[in-house]
Write a protein that binds this ligand. Structure first.
Ligand SMILES: [Zn+2]
Length: 193
């Protein structure tokens, strides 16, 4: 990959700002990168995404080539993190199969499972058609919480209500209580905001 970079001369101020324009590649995550050199920073490099700009905080002594290498490294790390957080229906389907095997002896059958833009619920299961939807906003939550949401909707394939038989199924997932608490805290926070 070719790179074009423009650098300011080091200034006497505490912090200098440099702009590093990476070649645009539409297939990958390539935000504008701002390199901030600091005298106070001694050894470590840090990166943060601010308003769509990847800010790289580096020690002032760090040579240009090394700064560029870190910029690329941090860009890739962020790309991987975003990739993991991206809602993936394939991954969701694979987890539903694994959870079905582990907690329900593989006996449950559904017609589709996918992330969907649902704002008022965390998930839904259409009892008659066997279609399961999980709210897209749940995708960045920890895996064990998303697993609970999937188990909950899987259990609805057998019981459309929230009666004792439903809870017996749902509680086969050992982190059910914790996940419910986790989601309640989020719902509560959203209600207050
Ligand atoms: Zn339910």
């Amino acid at each position: 990959m070719s790179r074009r970079a423009a650098y300011n001369r080091p200034s006497a101020s505490q912090q200098t700002t440099e702009h590093n324009v990476l070649e645009t590649n539409h297939n990958s995550f390539s935000p504008p990168i701002r390199i901030v050199a600091s005298r106070r920073r001694r050894r470590t490099v840090a990166a943060r995404l601010r308003s769509g700009v990847l800010e790289l905080l580096v020690p002032e002594w760090m040579p240009r080539a090394e700064r560029e290498r870190w910029a690329e490294e941090m860009r890739q790390r962020l790309e991987r993190r975003m990739e993991r957080a991206r809602p993936s229906d394939d991954k969701l389907a694979a987890r539903a199969r694994a959870l079905n095997d582990r907690h329900f002896g593989g006996r449950l059958r559904w017609t589709s499972i996918a992330f969907a833009e649902i704002s008022h619920l965390w998930g839904s299961c259409t009892f008659t058609t066997g279609a399961i939807r999980i709210a897209s906003r749940a995708a960045p939550l920890p895996d064990w919480v998303v697993d609970y949401l999937v188990v909950h909707e899987l259990a609805h394939l057998e019981h459309s209500d929230h009666g004792p038989a439903f809870h017996e199924l749902e509680n086969r997932y050992p982190l059910t209580e914790r996940a419910r608490g986790y989601l309640m805290a989020i719902d509560h926070g959203a209600a207050k905001a």
